[in-house]
Design a protein around this ligand. Structure first.
Ligand SMILES: [Zn+2]
Length: 472
């Protein structure tokens, strides 16, 4: 999954920027010629198995009723009623491996085809703002070497892991569009099976209705239990994960991996502090929406929330660690740009936002919000003080902007950008385990200071190290 994930996300449009897609490239009919042969053969087989194969492009008739039904019912039930899938599941088959993707326009529809070793179970839904089509797989392994350029209604797409073996494909749409057909064509004559999605433009009202339905169906994951009674709870939030890789370094190293490794190291040092309970929002390469990170922190009973990131900048000379807190108005243009990028996480990954944003109002809530803000600032300053002697800090190390992951009104929260993956010196430091240790011990000391607890084991060692460096 690791390998597939990297391949899935290191594609050109990701490298060029999340919202920037290559110009739609018309696929020649050559590709479809081959697919056409498969379709004809599969249609015969499908007839036997009782599966509906896509009609020839010219004969497609996207009636409004079909679009609405299919889009909302692109469900496992709709596709698993075949002999093939039942046999696959009975055999306890391994995770279906996706090996090849084609994307092309066919008579008004955008056709996405995925070669896959066995029939996957999946669910499709649409999300608005901006319009996206999302397909979630119960189990899939993306082993796709080359992904095609955007085409038709699809301005860009991404694929990768969600959690464990679950996977997701996100299609950015150039306007309201829905899935008009989805079908699995079983393996035949040595060719792999093929999953085919046809995406067609629809009017905004129809799309809006489908997006609202999907939001209503989004499940709330179960909440975990609180920490040990009496102890202070710090929640470490490694940014990004799964289908959302975050920023990437020139050598392909991904923010999501770097911040997870650092978060684990920080958690180890924090766990040496008596009276502190330490939780991570994610402990593997899983995707979490921004609101889910907050709801996890609240469920853990967080007294402090630290989101860990490592950014990229268009200018490679920008460097140093920065601590961000929440503010409605950004402290500066750079903070605003970073918040905008970090807030894109959900739209990159196709996460459904809850129907209502957290809007707590009233005098007491305002009081609590102000107090939380003061605590957030206090921790940010302690963290900067603890880091400053030995860590390369940004020229303005405490900045603020409207980071959605920091919006819990009742939990002091900071976003700690370790450095810039686009700066050579920062990247070398971030990759150095001794540096990671030094920074995480300093950060743990700041946490202990914040709660008035004894500093973590190793703080003396850090002080020694800093002294030694200063004497050089
Ligand atoms: Zn980030």
């Amino acid at each position: 999954m690791e390998r597939a994930e990297r391949r899935g996300t290191a594609r050109p449009e990701r490298a060029a920027g999340r919202r920037v897609a290559p110009r739609p490239e018309r696929r020649p009919t050559r590709g479809w010629g081959r697919a056409g042969a498969t379709l004809v053969a599969a249609a015969l087989l499908a007839f036997v198995c009782g599966v509906t194969a896509p009609a020839p492009a010219s004969a497609q008739n996207h009636s409004p009723a079909t679009q609405a039904t299919n889009t909302q019912a692109a469900s496992p039930q709709a596709t698993s009623a075949t002999g093939t899938s039942a046999a696959t599941r009975r055999a306890g088959a391994s995770v279906p491996v996706a090996s090849r993707i084609t994307l092309e326009t066919v008579a008004g529809a955008t056709r996405f085809s995925l070669d896959v070793s066995a029939e996957p179970r999946y669910r499709a839904f649409v999300v608005d703002g901006p319009p996206r089509l999302v397909v979630d797989f119960d189990a899939i392994d993306f082993d796709v070497a080359d992904a095609p350029a955007a085409a038709g209604a699809v301005t860009a797409f991404r694929f990768g892991a969600l959690t464990g073996t679950e996977g997701r494909i996100v299609f950015d749409l150039d306007g309201p569009a829905l899935l008009s057909r989805h079908v699995f064509l079983p393996s035949i004559a040595g060719r792999p099976g093929r999953l085919v999605f046809d995406i067609v433009p629809v009017n905004a009202t129809r799309f809006g209705y489908a997006a609202v339905s999907a939001t209503a169906e989004a499940e709330d994951a179960p909440e975990p239990a609180h920490g040990a009674p009496g102890s202070r709870v710090v929640v470490i939030d490694p940014g990004h994960g799964g289908i959302d890789p975050g920023a990437s370094a020139h050598d392909g190293a991904l923010e999501k991996d770097i911040v997870l490794a650092f978060a684990e190291r920080l958690a180890r040092h924090l766990r040496t502090i008596p009276g502190l309970t330490v939780r991570l929002t994610r402990e593997d390469d899983s995707f979490l929406s921004l609101s889910r990170r907050i709801s996890l922190a609240r469920a853990y009973g967080a007294n402090l929330f630290i989101s860990i990131h490592a950014d990229a900048a268009p200018q490679d000379y920008v460097h140093g660690a920065t601590v961000y807190t929440l503010s409605e108005r950004p402290s500066d243009a750079q903070a605003a740009a970073i918040a905008a990028r970090e807030n894109l996480s959900d739209s990159v990954s196709g996460a459904i936002e809850p129907n209502h944003q957290e809007e707590v109002s009233g005098i007491l809530a305002d009081l609590l919000r102000r107090e939380t803000k003061a605590f957030s600032h206090s921790f940010a300053e302690r963290l900067i003080s603890a880091l400053a002697p030995g860590v390369d800090m940004n020229s303005n190390p405490h900045r603020s902007a409207r980071f959605r992951v920091l919006m819990a009104h009742d939990i002091p929260s900071v976003l700690f950008e370790l450095g810039y993956l686009t700066n050579t010196a920062d990247f070398e430091r971030l990759s150095d385990t001794a540096w990671q240790d030094a920074v995480s011990v300093a950060a743990a000391a700041a946490v202990a200071d914040f709660f008035g607890l004894d500093p973590p084991i190793g703080t003396d060692w850090l002080a020694e190290r800093i002294r030694a460096e200063n004497q050089q």
